[in-house]
Design a protein around this ligand. Structure first.
Ligand code: ZN
Length: 243
């Protein structure tokens, strides 16, 4: 089975549409989304509707949960809280009911999926080898998928020897073999690994292969929409830098 994996769309419709066009140019059997469909960006309702239509599985991220009122705005930084507060005011009934049905962790086809990590599916960031190693200890699936950090990663469990691997920039192609892997596809709508292009991951579960992809999108168009909605300028500027 070939699976397209996306995460952290953050209401960036033009990034999402570019990624979906790239996915449509491949043969994939299904699409999974690791959460944070909304937050930060200007088009939450369109992104929810698109994910509803396209993804067979979606997780809830911390930004989805704060928009629903299930997390406190005080737990978020100033700009993130401002964007979440705005999103609460514009979220459609359809968008809300979609987000209300999601959970921050799921299992599918022998894969464990978390927005954050197995330690804390909502909040924990897997950004160090230590946290990745602990995450492997708390799961048994051969493949663990996480989002949340907006950094594309590929880490392999080496038991007592720790973990191997690290950043997974565009063009990273992996033979997963018999190993246990933790993969983060990177972010569709707000990449933070220095590459502003929208990120996604193509998995072949049968062949045990993973391919990390990036795609250009119209960053200026999303920035213009953010300014129209008076979202924090720093959130618009960071899209061009991929940080
Ligand atoms: Zn996020």
């Amino acid at each position: 089975m070939r699976v397209a994996v996306i995460s952290d769309i953050h209401a960036n419709l033009h990034a999402l549409e570019a990624v979906l066009a790239a996915i449509d140019a491949e043969t994939v059997d299904t699409l999974w989304c690791l959460g944070d469909t909304v937050g930060y960006g200007p088009r939450p309702n369109e992104c929810c509707a698109t994910v509803v239509a396209r993804a067979a599985l979606s997780l809830a991220g911390n930004h989805d949960l704060v928009v629903l009122g299930r997390l406190d705005l005080d737990d978020f930084s100033g700009d993130a809280a401002a964007a979440a507060s705005w999103t609460r005011t514009v979220l459609s009934d359809e968008g809300r009911s979609f987000l209300e049905g999601l959970h921050p962790q799921e299992q599918r086809d022998g894969v464990d999926l978390f927005h954050g990590s197995p330690r804390d599916p909502v909040w924990d960031y897997v950004l160090s080898e230590h946290v990745a190693w602990l995450s492997f200890r708390m799961t048994s699936a051969p493949l663990v998928l996480v989002g949340h950090s907006h950094v594309a990663l590929a880490l392999e469990d080496e038991d007592d020897a720790g973990v191997a691997g690290g950043l997974a920039p565009e063009g990273t192609e992996l033979e997963l073999g018999d190993g246990r892997w933790l993969l983060n596809p990177g972010s569709v709508g707000q990449p933070r690994d220095g590459d502003p292009r929208a990120a996604w991951l193509l998995l072949d579960l049968g062949a045990r292969r993973a391919s990390f992809r990036r795609v250009d999108y119209d960053v200026a168009r999303t920035q213009a929409e953010m300014r129209e909605e008076a979202l924090p300028e720093a959130l618009a500027l960071r899209l061009a830098r991929g940080e």
